[in-house]
Ligand binder design. Structure first.
Ligand code: ADP
Ligand code: MG
Length: 681
């Protein structure tokens, strides 16, 4: 893919010396594919390596010591494959012993008389330093060690080495993408300085300054993508859809319920957009269970009666399958061909779908990222719907939209965010909102229980199970470690199987293959499973009316919005539902969160609270707040920067819509690269 852009910077990481396909695959799991990606993979924090005079160091304290190598480093072996590299280091008038364990290769890096800085744990009695980190003094004596987000495939140390390698060999090829005039106006660093100072800051202040520029740069790219998306797609021009109200009346007549007033209003707003010559760009916000899917079905059917095809893209396999079933059930009787396309669609079937999308036999396709693959070619795509749209990158959305000729666009989200913020992170979209749940729903009864109150919780569970209802038991997603998630869920599964021996207790988790997940979900939907233990795979969209109780374990480790989303899986039938949040929060904000979630069912209000708490640096609120995620920036805390970036991006695109000015060449390349990268599946 990188061949398309003629620039060494965008070459795959395997172009680095010593990086093979295994390392490349490991880096891919962090979203790092190219040298460019490595250079801009910034630390999320720094360990400040403290330096102290020898006589002020306490026993066992971690410090950085600077001195001069006084003896030839010597490697001794002990135990099985263990080594110790030792040498004496002179610090003013004192001499201490330095020991590195299992890093024998450092021997070649250390010479007598060399000035070095070494980070480690100090033993006062032995006057020795058990060293972790070697820093040649000239290179960097800042004492700021960058810490990067890593996973089980890539270790911190390895990543640091690779990034250093990339900096040493490629930094001089990095060109600025923020135009000079803007950089001067907002006092921003050049791209090379950003890289240098983010990865190797001299001190905390330098890191802060670099971060400010890095945030702007990240937002600037994002807002440019958004702006280009809006203007490339036909400068707001689209095609009026002459839908057939008579046929649409058939849909209305076939529904088992009447639309709520909010739904009716929103359908009318959408129809007005579709009917007008302008391209629809509408964002539909509505709580979980508020009935957005039916609204989408109206839009889809309208587009089809006007002679167009429609596509609905959703973030997960489970959700795609569920949407497909629901929509197929509603539209097939009206003569509509509905197809499902995901990563798990079998080759033969997939080819058939490709063909029938191209010849127009299929009217609407529902799927995951599989929809943006290049083999997917529509005959006449007139409507693109993106569910849970914050889960998709701008490039991914664009890729789907580009499959039509200025199609109407409807984005949907169950995690509402304030309007002003929506405009800055989603671009020019008109917002529609569904505030009230369909009539006849009983509000879910929620409670916060501590783990010492499990007896009460079990009592309620037994009561529900005895009446033939089903239960979700959910454990948190701890984003740092998939394996840990799984362990939590497996343990809970074991425990509940033991505690409820008469019930069928089944585990469903995100690492299962798609067909297996579907099989379990189907069994659950058919009432063959009593208690379903899950991680947050079931976060969005799953709909089983007979499941009217949910127990969320370690609930304080979820963000409010996600708790609310999870809770939305129940309360879908006509019977009374219960949601129990089990948590023993230690912090005040944790306790406050549990109280709020137990007390309110209003998603708009919870989203607001979630945003407020994010401001306080709530770790687990982040991934689930309905906002796109950035590497360095934070749309809430750095909102003002985001607004400036949007303004700058818009005026730039206005002046130079094709980015053909030579001054914008580097910028254009980065955007092209981003586009390729985001379409990676
Ligand atoms: P969302 O996508 O907003 O989370 P859904 O569209 O899945 O919500 O709707 C939730 C449930 O409510 C579905 O089972 C749907 O059939 C039902 N539903 C939708 N609209 C109405 C309505 N007006 N009256 C009764 N039930 C409705
Ligand atoms: Mg939905």
């Amino acid at each position: 893919m990188n061949k398309m852009i003629n620039n060494a910077l965008f070459a795959p990481v395997t172009d680095l010396k010593g990086v093979g396909t295994k390392t490349a695959a490991d880096l891919g799991s962090l979203g790092i594919y190219s040298i460019y990606d490595l250079l801009f993979y910034f630390p999320f924090r720094y360990d400040e390596l403290q330096t102290l005079p020898l006589d002020q160091i306490m026993d066992g304290q971690k410090v950085m010591l600077k001195g001069i190598v006084a003896t030839e480093p010597f490697v001794s072996r002990f135990g099985y494959k263990k080594t110790r590299l030792s040498f004496k280091m002179r610090i003013d008038h004192d001499v201490i012993m330095v020991n590195f364990f299992n890093q024998p290769w450092l021997k070649n890096k250390i010479e007598i008389g060399q000035e070095v800085a070494i980070y480690g744990k100090y033993n006062v009695a032995r006057e020795s330093l058990s060293a972790f980190k070697f820093v040649a003094a000239k290179e960097n004596d800042s004492g700021m060690a960058p810490i990067y987000p890593v996973n089980r495939h890539v270790k911190q140390k390895k990543l640091v080495n690779l990034i250093n390698l990339a900096i040493d060999n490629f930094l001089d090829q990095v060109q600025d993408i923020v135009p000079l005039q803007i950089r001067e106006k907002y006092r921003l660093l050049k791209d090379q300085e950003i890289i240098q100072k983010m990865h190797r800051p001299k001190n905390g202040q330098e890191a802060e300054i670099a971060k400010r520029s890095a945030i702007f740069r990240e937002f600037f790219i994002f807002e440019l993508q958004l702006t280009l998306l809006a203007s490339h797609d036909g400068k707001q021009e689209g095609y009026p859809k002459k839908y057939d109200l008579k046929e649409i009346a058939n849909l209305t007549n076939s529904l088992p319920f009447e639309l709520s007033n909010d739904q009716k209003r929103v359908v009318n707003e959408i129809f007005a957009d579709m009917h007008s010559p302008g391209q629809m760009r509408r964002l539909l916000q509505g709580d979980v269970g508020s009935g957005k899917t039916v609204v989408a079905v109206y839009a889809i059917f309208a587009a089809i009666t006007a002679g167009y095809q429609a596509a609905l893209m959703v973030p997960t396999e489970i959700l795609a399958t569920q949407h497909f079933k629901k929509i197929d059930e509603l539209l097939r009787p009206l003569g509509v061909r509905v197809a499902l396309l995901t990563g798990n669609t079998k080759t033969l079937e997939r080819r058939e779908i490709y063909r029938e999308l191209t010849d127009g036999t299929i009217n609407v396709v529902i799927g995951t990222h599989a929809l943006i693959q290049k083999n997917v070619i529509f005959k006449k795509l007139g409507l693109v719907i993106i569910d849970e749209q914050h889960r998709f990158g701008v490039g991914q959305r664009q890729a789907l939209i580009n499959k039509g000729d200025r199609p109407d666009i409807l984005a949907m989200t169950a995690t509402p965010i304030p309007r002003t913020l929506a405009l800055t992170v989603y671009g020019d979209m008109t917002v529609s909102e569904i505030h009230h749940l369909p009539a006849g729903r009983k509000p879910i009864i929620s409670a916060w229980k501590t783990s010492s109150q499990m007896k009460e919780v079990y009592h309620l569970m037994h009561e529900q199970l005895d009446q033939g209802f089903q239960i979700y038991a959910v454990t948190p997603l701890i984003t740092e470690s998939e394996t840990l998630d799984l362990k939590n869920a497996e343990e809970l599964h074991k425990k509940l199987s033991h505690d409820f021996p008469d019930q069928k207790v089944v585990l469903l988790h995100g690492q299962m293959p798609g067909p297996k997940k579907d099989e379990i979900m189907t069994a659950f939907a058919n009432g063959e499973i009593n208690i379903l233990v899950t991680t947050s795979v079931i976060e969005v969209g799953v709909d089983v009316a007979n499941a009217n109780m949910m127990v969320i374990y370690n609930a304080d480790r979820f963000g409010l919005s996600q708790l609310h989303q999870l809770r939305g899986r129940i309360g879908r039938g006509i019977t009374q539902s219960y949601c129990v949040f089990v948590a023993d929060p230690k912090t005040d904000s944790g306790k406050a969160r549990m109280k709020i979630i137990a007390a309110t069912n209003d998603g708009f209000k919870l989203a607001e609270e979630d945003l407020k708490m994010r401001g306080e640096g709530d770790l687990f609120g982040k991934a689930q707040s309905g906002l796109p995620e950035f590497r360095v920036g934070d749309v809430v805390n750095n909102y003002n920067t985001l607004v400036v970036a949007q303004k700058v991006a818009r005026s730039l695109v206005k002046k130079d819509p094709e980015l053909s000015d030579p001054e914008h060449k580097a910028l254009k390349q980065v955007l092209e690269y981003k586009q390729l990268e985001q379409n990676r599946i």
